[in-house]
Write a protein that binds this ligand. Structure first.
Ligand SMILES: *Cc1c(COP(=O)(O)O)cnc(C)c1O
Length: 382
């Protein structure tokens, strides 16, 4: 976004999302470069950003898609993702969504429970089809991320527990409507050290050994997503360290012959290419605090209010040399509608244009019309 001209910026109607398509392409190329020559496939987690232009670009780079709803299935197919490269996740798939997935011949359902497995089998048999299934395992690994985005501990709602797994695998293999393809893991999001992924590899190796002793082999090991990004330094680290990330799995996983590893990356693909652009509506002072009030709020970008997330906030148009300390807030009637507290910015005035960085993932896709505010628009720059 740093190569937007001032003219382009000031003519934008705000609030809006701006996407740097060059950076998105650079990111996708970096991924493809790392997985070349390995039996690795990357599925993009559509919930991170389902904008049609973004989806199309990602599909054109040959990635698959990981979905969590029938709406995302429709969007992914429209954007050009091949059904054979689509996986459908989520703890609460409805019958309609399961039918739509089977109808479209998607690669797999990432199944999270026995009742779900039974319903998919029933529906597939009724449709005279066979549903690809990957069982989501809860590996009981704590990724030490925010408690709202950790998903792989025994206390979370996700996946099948390790104790139940052997029995569920046997069950799935016997169901005639189910094509049991492998195991799935997803331990959390915004994971910024490699240690949790190394622990995941160890757990997978141990499970594979156990199943092998019972004569059971899997075609697919799906290790989920969760690679974090640098929210503090978006310009210094625009592309995540995919080299280190994929190396963990290249070195850590003991693969069997013919096995494929699937990845489901969302944030690490889409976050850095997007910024939320806003205008300063007012600057106001209360006793000992100054507030910058933007025309963008928590309905446009929910992450700070929902999980105390930090995004870099930059004043793009102030030419002041002096700085002051501000709380940067939105206009929504909630005390949590705050983007930054005690932030140093160049002296800021009404009309200045502000960028909230690293907002390409879980930004536009989480936007709502709360307070009857219109959804933010989106713009794409090459
Ligand atoms: C959200 C999600 C992902 C993507 O997570 P990121 O942290 O954005 O990479 C992958 N797999 C599943 C099952 C998910 O729910």
């Amino acid at each position: 976004m740093h190569h937007l001209s001032l003219d382009q910026l000031t003519s934008l109607s705000t609030p809006c999302y701006c996407y740097d398509m060059q950076l998105l392409r650079l990111t996708l190329k970096a991924i493809n470069q790392e997985i070349r020559q390995f039996p690795f496939k990357v599925h993009y987690a559509v919930k991170a950003n389902g904008n049609a232009v973004i989806l199309k670009e990602i599909a054109e780079h040959g990635l698959g898609a990981d979905l969590v709803s029938g709406g995302e299935l429709k969007a992914a197919l429209e954007a050009g993702f091949k059904p054979q490269a689509i996986a459908f996740s989520g703890v609460g798939k409805t019958d309609r969504e399961i039918e739509a997935g089977i109808e479209s011949d998607i690669f797999s359902f990432n199944v999270e429970s026995v009742p779900e497995l039974e319903v998919i089998n029933e529906i597939a048999l009724r449709m005279g089809k066979n549903a690809g299934v990957v069982l989501r395992v809860n590996p009981d690994i704590d990724a030490h991320t925010h408690r709202y985005i950790t998903t792989g501990t025994a206390h979370d709602k996700f996946g099948i527990s390790l104790e139940m797994l052997p029995q569920v695998v046997r069950m799935a293999r016997e169901m005639r409507g189910i094509n049991m393809r492998g195991l799935h893991f997803h331990i959390g999001s915004q994971i910024t050290t490699m240690r949790p992924f190394e622990m995941l590899c160890d757990k997978i190796n141990q499970l594979q050994d156990d199943f092998e002793q019972q004569g059971i082999m899997f075609d697919i090991i799906n290790v989920g997503g969760g690679l974090g990004i640098d929210y503090d330094n978006p310009d210094e680290n625009p592309v995540p360290d995919f080299g280190s990330y994929f190396n963990v799995f290249k070195q850590g996983l003991k693969l069997r012959a013919g096995q494929e590893v699937h990845f489901e990356l969302g944030r690490s693909i889409a976050a850095q290419c997007g910024s939320l652009i806003a205008r300063v509506v007012f600057v106001k002072e209360n006793r000992d605090k100054k507030f910058v009030i933007l025309d963008a709020g928590m309905n446009d970008l929910l992450r700070p209010a929902l999980y105390q997330a930090n995004h870099r906030v930059m004043n793009l148009t102030s030419s002041a040399a002096a700085v002051d300390t501000y709380d940067v807030v939105g206009p929504v009637c909630e005390s949590s509608d705050v983007f930054a507290r005690d932030l140093q910015l160049p002296i800021t005035s009404r009309g200045d244009i502000v960028a909230i960085r690293s907002a390409g993932a879980y930004g536009e896709s989480m936007a709502s019309t709360y307070n009857m505010r219109p959804l933010p628009s989106s713009h794409f720059f090459d």
